[in-house]
Design a protein around this ligand. Sequence first.
Ligand SMILES: *[C@@H]1O[C@H](CO)[C@@H](O)[C@H](O)[C@H]1NC(C)=O
Ligand SMILES: *[C@@H]1O[C@H](CO)[C@@H](O)[C@H](O)[C@H]1NC(C)=O
Ligand SMILES: *[C@@H]1O[C@H](CO)[C@@H](O)[C@H](O)[C@H]1NC(C)=O
Ligand SMILES: *[C@@H]1O[C@H](CO)[C@@H](O)[C@H](O)[C@H]1NC(C)=O
Ligand SMILES: *[C@@H]1O[C@H](CO)[C@@H](O)[C@H](O)[C@H]1NC(C)=O
Length: 564
Amino acid sequence: MGLRECLLGLAALTVASKCSYSPEPDQQRTLPPGWVSLGRADPEEELSLTFALRQQNLERLLELVQTVSDPGSPRYGKYLTLEEVAELVRPSSLTLHTVQKWLLAAGARSCHSVTTQDFLTCWLSVRQAELLLSGAEFHRYVGGPSKTRVLRSPHPYRLPKALAPHVDFVGGLHRFPPISSSLKQRPKPQAVGPVGLHLGVTPFVIRKRYNLTAQDVGSGTTNNSQACAQFLEQYFHDSDLAKFMRIFGQSFPHQASVARVVGKQGRGHAGIEASLDVEYLMSAGANISTWVYSSSGRHESQEPFLQWLLLLSNQSVLPHVHTISYGDDEDSLSSTYIQRVNTELMKAATRGLTLLFASGDSGAGCWSVSGSHQFRPSFPASSPYVTTVGGTSFQNPFRITNEVVDYISGGGFSNVFPRPSYQEKAVTQFLSSSPHLPPSSYFNASGRAYPDLAALSDGYWVVSNGMPIPWVSGTSASTPVFGGILSLINEHRILSGRPPLGFLNPRLYQQRGAGLFDVTRGCHASCLNEEVQGEGFCSGPGWDPVTGWGTPNFPALLKTLINP
Ligand SMILES: *[C@@H]1O[C@H](CO)[C@@H](O)[C@H](O)[C@H]1NC(C)=O
Ligand SMILES: *[C@@H]1O[C@H](CO)[C@@H](O)[C@H](O)[C@H]1NC(C)=O
Ligand SMILES: *[C@@H]1O[C@H](CO)[C@@H](O)[C@H](O)[C@H]1NC(C)=O
Ligand SMILES: *[C@@H]1O[C@H](CO)[C@@H](O)[C@H](O)[C@H]1NC(C)=O
Ligand SMILES: *[C@@H]1O[C@H](CO)[C@@H](O)[C@H](O)[C@H]1NC(C)=O
């Protein structure tokens, strides 16, 4: 078939394989554990699909990320507005026109775009969607902790070849909602502490360890704000937050409720993850206006994380700091999806948003590739354009003193993203000086290494569904704590007429850990085999891929991050 027939195929919808391409041939489509198929969806049923349109000027975007985030650059802190980002990356009119024409011909209705015009979300019937995306076949699945129902295709999809220069990928077919970073309740340590010692991490313990006084709270005179994002039907309850603050919030001024919920806040059972995020973001970043992105209650065919990215590109006024406890195995995602999400994270960086991702709760991770074991990096933790937060425990579980590695702390080296220049020196130094390096076949030493920072992740008290729950652990706990502390630093920056911190990594690595407690003891978990015996990387002086540069010492960190 020649080009002419292929172009006709575009209008006729029936696409011979010669005239089509597969945008995500490497996307994993195996059913994740905990999900069950309920059979094929009714052809007349409605679903919504998200089309990621090809953007422009990505080299310029990269340059801008670097200049606005580098304290040595005259453009440092001169962030772009959403409209300026749109101006830069907006797809060409040929792309917009071609994709719209194709969707219209397929009978797509009510397509919604975002400010940057690089995503389109459209409603179609299952029948239309299966014609449009040749090979796709929609089935209904149920799974996850809240028995969520989703529509997904167990088969790959193809698009007309004429769309190859215009569409990155189609969202809503393959990726299942994330099972959030497996927050765990760990058994309480043996031994009962004498009077005067703490029995688990509370806001008091966090604020004491990280040197926050009762005066280190939001002033209420700036419009500073912070946010956390929840996926997979995770709700928080206002009443849990109120009860948490009644029990644990006596020693510092704080806000009594969340300022804004974006998305739908379901009525269901509260999730421990959601309760934890809100309670600790608002205890560390105390008295700072807090938003919650709640992507639950949306349509069955949507991908919650993708929907959150769309929201970022459709809201011109956003909180400065976002904490996200979401991650997938890097190897389970298609490379087009990973690259495009990475571009979305760069868009956020040029706008001066600080995005903090949990590093994950499986240490270095482990999987088997053609019979040999390797560590397993997680994404977006491995993106060079986010700040990734690992986890620590107290060396003495009952005393507010030194921190050591929490063995679950996610960390390692990306197999997708090469090492960014900002961490060149720190990572080479680690690789050449660590006395406990795992065999080189287990990790890709040339990749982006993470985490960048850490905070306590072990033994938290959370109030959920009216009940105080002890010993909740995971990097989902350390991430909002660090987020709140960066919001307090933003508060001081805004009060002194400076821009918010934005994408922190270039500055963080330039300052080589100033203002942080260096965590130098302990190793994280990995493959349980003879070769590595459950040990991944080990922390040491300076940066390491277990706890990054370390944990916050607020007054010292404020000093190093207040100017310029
Ligand atoms: C983006 O925001 C506009 C204006 O509020 C809205 O009409 C549109 O539906 C939004 N886009 C998406 C994809 O939700
Ligand atoms: C902060 O905390 C550490 C350890 O708890 C302590 O040694 C230090 O003096 C405190 N203050 C400052 C300003 O660093
Ligand atoms: C906390 O914020 C409120 C406004 O939301 C403000 O009136 C109050 O002064 C702040 N508290 C402190 C201690 O700064
Ligand atoms: C904060 O204030 C600035 C300057 O007054 C304004 O441009 C911005 O929209 C405000 N942000 C929020 C979240 O209200
Ligand atoms: C190692 O990482 C680089 C990027 O830094 C990548 O190009 C390469 O494919 C990776 N190797 C493996 C075996 O995954």
